[in-house]
Design a protein around this ligand. Structure first.
Ligand code: ADP
Ligand code: ASP
Ligand code: MG
Length: 391
C-alpha cells in the first residue's frame, strides 16, 4: 500500500466548487494507485459561516470571553464539519470513506489548550480503515489529551496534523494543497513579481515559515524533516507540480537568497530599564518576545500586537517607563547559503535606504537577516529587496 497524506486548507474546502476540486485530487491519487489519508481545515476564512475566526467571533459576541478549554471545543467544530462534508461527498460517489476526529486519528497531545504539543500517535484506527478499503478524512488542527479532552495545535495547525499523521503511518509523501502553486519567492499578496521555487530544503522552508510565511506551519516542516518524509506544496485549483521540500542535497539550483518573507502586527518597545527580572516577568505572562537587544540602560524588543495590553499592564505594575512604535512589520531575507557571506546586510540596508525606509531594529541567524520597519513601508521593502537579490 502506497500511503500519501493529502491536506486541504481553508480556501480549498470553502465552496461547493472548490470541494469538487478537492474530490478530484483525491480521486486522482486513488487512480494513480496511492492510498490517501485526507486531512482538512475549517471552511474558508473570516466571514465564511464555519471558518475558525467566524466561530470564535460568534461565541465571543454571544457569550463573552471563553476559557481555553471551551475555545478548543469550539475550534474543533470547524474542521469536523469539513471532514464530514468531504467524507459524505466521497461516499455518495461510491468511494467508501469515513470522517475522523483528531483523537480518533490517534493524535494524543498535552493539555496546553490552543497550543497543544504532540505526546504520541496511535494510528491503529486509521490503518484499520485503510485495510478495509475506507478512505479516512481527518479533521485537522485537533488532538486529544490522555483524559479525553479536545485540544488544538495552534493556528494554522492542520498542516501540523498532516505531518503528524504522515509520520505516524510512514507515508510516502505529504501533500499540502492550498490556493497558490507552491512556495513563492515572497507572499504573492504583497509582491507582484514572485515566482515559484520548485525544490527547497526543510531548513529553508522552516526558516521561511518561522519568520512569518503563512504558506505552511513551521511545526509541519519540523515533523516531516525528522522522519525525512517529502512535503509537497500544491494548488488545489491547478495541475502545477508544486514545490517539493526535502533534505538538502546541495545541488538545488538556488540563488544565495531563496525568499523574502514578512510578519505583520509587530510593536517595538523601548524600556528605560535593563533588568533581567523584568524579562522573566514578561515570559511568565506567556508573552513571547521577537527581536531583542539588551543595552546597559535600555532593552529594545518587539512583540505581537495581540499581547500589547497584557505587556503594558505588567510594565505599569513594575513601574517601568517605556516608549513604543506600533504598526511595525518584520521583513526577513532567507537563504541557506547567506551564512558567512560578507555584505548582505549592507545590501539590505542600502536597498531600504534608497527607498527612504528606516530600519528600526535588526536580527540575524545562520540563514536569515530580519529588519523591523513601519508596516506601511512593507510592500516597497519587499519589492525592492526582491529586485536587489534578483529573485
Ligand atoms: P490554507 O488555508 O490553504 O492553509 P494559508 O492562507 O494558510 O492557506 O496559506 C496560503 C497563503 O500563504 C497564500 O494564499 C499566500 O498568500 C500566503 N503566503 C505567504 N507567503 C508565501 C510564500 N512565500 N509562498 C506562497 N504563499 C505564501
Ligand atoms: N482552521 C485552523 C486555523 O484557521 C487551522 C488551519 O486552517 O490550519 O487556524
Ligand atoms: Mg494554512
Amino acid at each position: 500500500m502506497k500511503i500519501i497524506i493529502q491536506k486541504f486548507g481553508g480556501t480549498s474546502v470553502a465552496t461547493e466548487q472548490s470541494r469538487l476540486c478537492v474530490i478530484a485530487k483525491i480521486l486522482n491519487a486513488i487512480k494513480s494507485d496511492f492510498t490517501p489519508i485526507v486531512v482538512v481545515s475549517a471552511m474558508g476564512r473570516l466571514g465564511s459561516p464555519y471558518a475558525t475566526d467566524t466561530l470564535l467571533n460568534f461565541v465571543e459576541e454571544a457569550a463573552g470571553k471563553m476559557t481555553l478549554h471551551e475555545t478548543d471545543m469550539l475550534l474543533s467544530c470547524g474542521e469536523l464539519i469539513s471532514a464530514v462534508t468531504i467524507a459524505t461527498m466521497l461516499n455518495n460517489q461510491g468511494i467508501q470513506s469515513q470522517a475522523f476526529t483528531g483523537g480518533q486519528a490517534g493524535i494524543i497531545t498535552d493539555n496546553n489548550h490552543t497550543e497543544a504539543e504532540l505526546l504520541r500517535t496511535k494510528p491503529k484506527k486509521l490503518l484499520e480503515a485503510l485495510d478495509n478499503g475506507i478512505i479516512p478524512i481527518v479533521a485537522g488542527f485537533q488532538g486529544i489529551t490522555i483524559n479525553g479532552e479536545i485540544t488544538t495545535l495552534g493556528r494554522g495547525g492542520s498542516d501540523t496534523s498532516a505531518s503528524i499523521i504522515g509520520v505516524s503511518v510512514q507515508a510516502e509523501r505529504i501533500e499540502i494543497y492550498t490556493d497558490v502553486d507552491g512556495i513563492m519567492t515572497a507572499d504573492p499578496r504583497v509582491c507582484s513579481r514572485v515566482h515559484k521555487v520548485n525544490k527547497l530544503s526543510y531548513n529553508e522552508v522552516f526558516q521561511m515559515a518561522d519568520s512569518g510565511a503563512k504558506v505552511i506551519h513551521p511545526r509541519a516542516v519540523e515533523y516531516a524533516m525528522r522522519s525525512d518524509i517529502p512535503l509537497i506544496i500544491k494548488n488545489t485549483f491547478s495541475d502545477d507540480e508544486g514545490s517539493a521540500i526535502m533534505r538538502s542535497t546541495f545541488n538545488f539550483i538556488h540563488k544565495m537568497v531563496t525568499a523574502i518573507v514578512h510578519r505583520l502586527d509587530r510593536v517595538q518597545y523601548s524600556l528605560e530599564h535593563s533588568s533581567v527580572r523584568l524579562l522573566a516577568a514578561i515570559a511568565n505572562k506567556n508573552i513571547s518576545i521577537d527581536l531583542i537587544n539588551i543595552f546597559p540602560n535600555r532593552i529594545l524588543f518587539t512583540i505581537d500586537s495581540k499581547n500589547q495590553i497584557k505587556l503594558e499592564e505588567l510594565l505599569k505594575e513594575e513601574n517601568c517607563q517605556f516608549s513604543k512604535i506600533d504598526n511595525c512589520a518584520k521583513v526577513t531575507v532567507v537563504g541557506e547559503s547567506i551564512t558567512g557571506v560578507p555584505g548582505i546586510m549592507a545590501r539590505i540596508a542600502t536597498t531600504l535606504a534608497k527607498q527612504d525606509i528606516r530600519i528600526l531594529q535588526t536580527a540575524d541567524s545562520l540563514t536569515t537577516i530580519s529588519c523591523l520597519i513601519k508596516e506601511e513601508e512593507l510592500p516597497r521593502a519587499i519589492n525592492s529587496l526582491h529586485e536587489e537579490f534578483d529573485l
